[in-house]
Each structure stands twice: as C-alpha cells, then as structure tokens.
Design a binder for this molecule. Sequence first.
Ligand SMILES: [Zn+2]
Length: 286
Amino acid sequence: MIEILEGIYVFMVGAAIGSFLNVCIGRWPEGLSVVKPRSRCPKCGHGITATENIPILSWLILRGKCSSCRERISIQYPIVELLTALIWLDASVHYGMTFTAFRIAVFVTVLLGIGITDAKHFLIPDGFTVFGLFFVLLTAFVALYLGQSVPFAGPWDAILGMCVGAGAISIVGWLGEVWLKRPAMGFGDVTLMAVVGAAVGPARSLLTIFIAAVIAPIVLLGIVYPLSARGLADDKGQTELPLEAGGGGGWRRRELPFGVFLAPAAVIALFHGNQIIEWYLRVSGL
Ligand SMILES: [Zn+2]
C-alpha cells in the first residue's frame, strides 16, 4: 500500500517536473526566462490558469485546444509530462526512495529536455548543460558521503569523464568537419558530453559517443530522410521535427543535431555501459 502511494506521489512530482521541462524546452532556445511570466496562448494571449496547467490531465480535458481561441496545443506538452513522470516512477521502482533514484531521475530528465530541444531547434541550451554539470558533479560528492554512487561515476572519475567526454566529442566534430568540409557539429554537443562524462566517467563516455554514432545513421537513413523525402514533414508543422522547414533548412541541410542521439546513448551507457564494455573486452580478447 505504501509503495502504491509512493509511486503515485513520485509520478505526480515527475509530471510536474515535466511541465516545467516543457517551459525550458519552449523558452530557453528563445533566450527567455523560465521563471516568469506565466504561460500564455501564443495566438490569443490567454493566460493559462492554474486548472488549465495540471500536467497531462489539462491537455486531455481541453482536448489539446486553447480554452479561449481553440488554437491547437502541441501534443508535445502531455507527452513530455508523461515521459518525465514515467522516468521518475521507473527510477523509484528500481532504486527505491533513494538519493540514487533522485540523481537518475534528474539526469535522465535533463537528457530528455536536451534531446527534444536539439531535435526541434538544433541547439542545446546552456540552461540544461550548466545545471546538469553542477548537479552531476555536486551529487557525485554527496553520493560518496552516502556510499551510493553506482550507477554513476565517483567524484574523481566524474571530473576525468567530464574532460574525456568533451575532448573526445570535440575530436569527432573536428574530424567530421574536415571530412564533410562544413560544420558537422555544434558546440552544444561538447557541453552535453561534459555533463554525460561527469555522470558516467571516461570509459562509458567514449561508449556513449560510439553508441550515438551507431544509432544516428540508422535513424537518419531509416526514418528521417525517407520521411522528409516524402514531404510528410512539412504539413503545417504537424510533425515536431523541423525536417525541411524554413528558417535555414531542416535536418538535411544543417549540422547534425547529434545531441538527439547522444542523449539516449548516455542512458544506455549509464545503465548497461559496464556490461557492454566487459563483453567487448572478453570477445575481443583485450
Ligand atoms: Zn488562445
């Protein structure tokens, strides 16, 4: 019974965090404050009331439309709220009501925000990465004191991983630029890998980049490019991805939003990285 109540509580906290994450995703790329003003309908300026601001539920009750002008509200809002709620619930189910569960929930939430923002706007706001870096480093020291660092890296590996992650992705970006003869990667990917490296340490940060490099061509060639070629993407912004949209071109023409792939790769590396590395060393006989 207690577990069910705890689960409901964690789910609600996660949904509320997801609601705030939507604000970060929407405002940071525009250089706006996430604290104020209150959210408004972008079309008619109707201020979102407290009852219209309940995570997941309000969107369903309003059927995805502004209560004042009936303008469509993006399905991104309830989806991000639900995903964040599930991230927080999942962390608490696997790690209990512990400091580790809290660290995992916050870290994966930050990665979710980064992945979505990079996919939509081709940038990774410093708000996510600066917060993420300080959070990961500070909690590494607290975790050492509490004696529960796994699955995260300890403080020394965190500092080393921060440098290795940022350094390795810089080298990949530099060589990619030489090869493609155009900017291949944004600086946001370097800041992201500093955060990821601090979370998972040097070895798993390299694995993160490798996993992302494997996923990226599969997703791009298998899903994104065929979709944009068929013109499904441009349909009045129905899809959340600016595949071929105006304002400087979509996924095909711009530098690759590599953060979209680094973010999920970091989650895989955090939870399964050590097994993958051990398996590789065994198979390769190193
Ligand atoms: Zn409106």
